[in-house]
Structure formats: structure tokens, C-alpha cells
Design a protein around this ligand. Structure first.
Ligand code: HEM
Length: 423
């Protein structure tokens, strides 16, 4: 089988390995494409994708991150805004910030503010620098590693745990439970989700820990980040119910895991394949931030985000009925030739590169983007500092020119499962 516009974005293994060819096939049909076998529209155009992400009047995030799960109501008429506003969550276990709309979303997002003040980010950056430096020295001295599980994943877990102030003795447990669970947007259960959405064991586990931390801090405030989260107030000055504070803290932990770890994997793989760029960064590490932006555009770690139309609308000339499930294909927008010259080429220093949509756009733009940028930059910097060169292991991935890597079976995450690197 080869990839065609009829391939299934949600469970086709060839599309998993090469989503870019798939998106090009869809693009040949136009920037907005209606899937044949599912009630889903996929947006591959940059301008069209941005227009959907910015259009909070016509679109809801209620189907994030399980776009195939059945709605809890039957859409009626050309405007279902009120039905959506009154709807039960598609999956109560995943009723989190990314699914909220309007004022509720603005208020919940406000609760994250204490984490992203400059002093907190600075303290977190100091932690990253120390942790990444130790890790890079140790791994390079060993001569080889499996980068995803030995380096990237533990590193991002420790960084977010530090940011949130998760006690050190609990961090390993978080790591284990996240490792044991399936990826978000699991392809293997794409169609089961349609019949019976499931909760996530990892989220439930984390929820119980954050509940303990935050109730403790409300009763006994201390000088720590967890106390600030526990006492964070809505914009109108009211204190959220404890459950809402717990969800926002816990969700940060979940949202920043796979995405950042997999971006690290994609970036290291690229630097192995492109020794010239690796050398260029070694010679001038000030280029690392630009490198990361171009990686986010070319091989970002999030393939899609999902919206449900609230009312009859249009994307360009394309008619969208109320209740339409819409996939905004972020990597497709990031390779749209109408927006980017030679879009499949890696180019350092592209003009206005930060306009890529790898972190989304609009009210739901990734809250952790500043952290993700810094954590990835710091780790790459430390590995360049402590090594003279690194490359993929031929024994695991085959010789240069015919290499193979496996991707995590997810329709949301673009991430290599295992990456064997030699120093
Ligand atoms: C390379 C790494 C990352 C990528 C590619 C990424 C990607 C994204 C994208 C595309 C969205 C928008 C979803 C939408 O529009 O529906 C998003 C939202 C979000 N991300 Fe990230 N993310 C990354 C890292 C992180 C980190 C490290 C954190 C936490 C510290 C984080 C926290 C969040 C949160 C809380 C939201 C929800 C924002 C909202 O709904 O208002 N992300 N992310």
C-alpha cells in the first residue's frame, strides 16, 4: 500500500512513519480536506489552520485531545454553541485546560501564571543547566545511549517536576507511571475511543498526588511553588475549588512530557543525520535557538490539534456545518509552500520563523512553549559541549542512507520510539 488521500490519518502505519507525504496528498486536493471514511475535516493550509485556531467564536476545543470520541449530545441546527456550553465533557477524565472554551478557559489559564514569572523560570533554568550538564557528561563518557528513554524522557520529567516543586522522593513514581501508559492519541485504540472513551491511569495517579500537595499547602502554606499554585486566584480574585487547581498543576505535568522529549528525539536524530549542521552548532552555539525553531517547523512533536465547529461557518470557501470535527494539521501548515519557501528544506535563519504553528496559535497557544524552548536548547548545548561528535548507531538503525527509526503509535505526537546514539 502506498500513502494516498484515502489513507486513514488516525490509524494508518504508513502515515505514522511519513505524515508529510500524507499531508501533501491531502494538499493536492486543497488546503481543507474532508476524510472519506470519517466525519472529519483536515486542514493542511497554513493560513486556513491559523484562521481556525484564532476563531474562538466558531470553534470549540471540547473534543481535545480525543477527537473521535462520541459527543455527549446530538448536534441540532446550524448553531450548537449553547449545546456545547451545556454539554458534559466528552471524557470526564480528560476534562482539562485544552478542552475549555471562552471565559472558563481564560480563568483556568490564569491559574498557571505563578509558574511562568521570570524569577521562577530562571530558577528552573539553573536546575536544568546542572542536571543536563551531569547527564551529558555521564552519557558521553559511556560512549552510547538510547536517547529517548535514557536521556530525553527522564530529563523533561525532572525539569517539570522541578518547575512545579514536586517533592524529590515522588519524582521517580511519576516517571514510572507515565512510562507505563499509552501515548496520547494512541493509534491502536483510535477506533475503540469512538465507542468507549477511557480515562488515563497516569492522569488519575498524578491527580491524587497533586490533590495531596495542594490541600496540604492550602492548610499549611510554605515558601514554595506548590503553595503559589494552591493559592493562585482567578482574574476576579476568587479562589478556585481545589479540584480545579489540582487539574491545572497536573495537566502541566502531562502536557510537557512527551512533547518535549519527542522534540529532543527529533532534534538529535536530525543532528546525527546532518553532521554539517551539528558542526555548525558546535562552532556557534548561539545558533541553537534558531535551530530549535526550524526543527519545530520541520519536525515538531505535535501533529494535530482538534476543534468542533460551534456553528455553520467556512474555512476559505470550504463549507463547515455546525458540529464538524476539524483536525488542524500543524506540521502541514508548517510545510505549506504558500507560506514557506522550499518548505521541506531545513534552513537556519528563516525570516519570521517564530510564526510556525508547532506550538499552536490563539488562546490555547502552548503555555509551556518558553519552557520547552529553553529545556531543549540547554540539553543540546550540554551534549555539544561534552562530545566531539555524535551519530546514530548503524547496528540499530542501519547504515547512513538506509536508516530506519520507529515512531510512537500516536496520531497526536510525532516522536521516535527509540534512538540509539553513539558519541
Ligand atoms: C516541544 C514541546 C511542546 C510542544 C510541541 C507543545 C505543543 C502544544 C500545542 C500545539 C498546544 C496547543 C493545543 C491547542 O491549540 O489545542 C499546546 C498546549 C499546551 N501546552 Fe504545550 N507543547 C510543548 C511543551 C509543553 C510544555 C513543556 C508544557 C508545560 C510546561 C506545555 C503545556 C501546555 C499547556 C498547559 C497547553 C494548554 C494551553 C491551553 O489550552 O490554554 N507544553 N502545546
Amino acid at each position: 500500500m502506498t500513502i494516498t488521500a484515502r489513507s486513514d490519518f488516525f490509524n494508518d502505519r504508513e502515515v505514522l512513519l511519513d505524515p508529510y507525504t500524507y499531508f501533501e496528498k491531502l494538499r493536492e486536493q486543497g488546503p481543507v480536506f474532508r476524510m472519506e471514511n470519517r466525519d472529519v475535516v483536515i486542514v493542511t493550509g497554513f493560513a486556513e489552520g491559523v484562521s481556525v485556531l484564532l476563531n474562538h467564536a466558531d470553534y470549540s476545543s471540547i473534543i481535545n485531545p480525543e477527537p473521535l470520541a462520541p459527543l455527549t449530545f446530538t448536534p441540532e441546527g446550524d448553531d450548537i454553541s449553547e449545546q456545547i456550553a451545556a454539554a458534559k465533557p466528552v471524557n470526564p477524565a480528560l476534562e482539562l485546560l485544552v478542552t475549555y472554551d471562552g471565559d472558563r478557559h481564560t480563568a483556568a489559564r490564569h491559574l498557571l501564571n505563578p509558574l511562568f514569572v521570570p524569577s521562577r523560570l530562571k530558577a528552573n533554568k539553573d536546575f536544568m543547566a546542572r542536571y543536563a550538564d551531569d547527564m551529558a557528561k555521564e552519557v558521553v563518557a559511556k560512549g552510547s545511549c538510547e536517547l529517548i528513554n535514557e536521556v530525553a524522557t527522564p530529563y523533561v520529567t525532572m525539569v517539570i517536576a522541578d518547575l512545579l516543586g514536586v517533592p524529590e522522593q515522588d519524582r521517580q513514581k511519576f516517571r514510572e507511571v507515565i512510562d507505563a501508559g499509552p501515548p496520547p492519541g494512541n493509534m491502536d485504540t483510535a477506533d475503540q475511543d469512538q465507542q468507549a472513551p477511557k480515562g488515563s491511569a497516569a492522569l488519575t495517579f498524578m491527580m491524587s498526588y497533586f490533590y495531596q500537595y495542594l490541600t496540604d499547602r492550602r492548610a499549611n502554606p510554605r515558601e514554595d511553588v506548590m503553595t503559589e499554585l494552591a493559592l493562585a486566584r482567578y482574574p476576579d480574585g476568587s479562589l478556585p475549588e481545589i479540584g480545579e487547581a489540582v487539574k491545572s498543576a497536573m495537566f502541566l505535568f502531562a502536557a510537557g512530557q512527551d512533547t518535549s522529549a519527542k522534540l529532543l528525539g527529533n532534534a538529535f536524530r536530525f543532528l546525527c543525520e546532518r553532521q554539517d549542521i551539528q558542526q555548525q552548532l558546535r562552532e556557534d552555539r548561539a545558533l541553537i535557538p534558531d535551530f530549535i525553531e526550524e526543527m519545530m517547523r520541520l519536525e515538531g512533536s505535535t501533529k494535530a490539534t482538534f476543534r468542533l465547529s460551534k456553528r455553520r461557518t467556512k474555512i476559505g470557501d470550504f463549507e463547515i456545518p455546525a458540529g464538524q470535527r476539524v483536525v488542524v494539521a500543524l506540521p502541514a501548515g508548517n510545510r505549506d509552500p504558500r507560506r514557506w519557501d522550499d518548505p521541506h528544506e531545513f534552513r537556519l535563519g528563516r525570516p519570521r520563523i517564530k510564526e510556525h504553528i508547532g506550538f499552536g496559535r490563539g488562546a490555547h497557544t502552548c503555555a509551556g512553549a518558553p519552557l520547552a524552548r529553553v529545556e531543549v536548547a540547554v540539553l543540546i548545548d550540554r551534549f555539544l559541549e561534552h562530545s566531539r561528535s555524535f551519530d546514530l548507531s548503524d547496528a540499530h538503525h542501519g547504515p547512513r542512507g538506509s536508516r530506519r527509526v520507529d515512531y510512537e503509535a500516536s496520531y497526536i505526537i510525532r516522536g521516535i520510539e527509540r534512538l540509539f546514539v553513539e558519541f
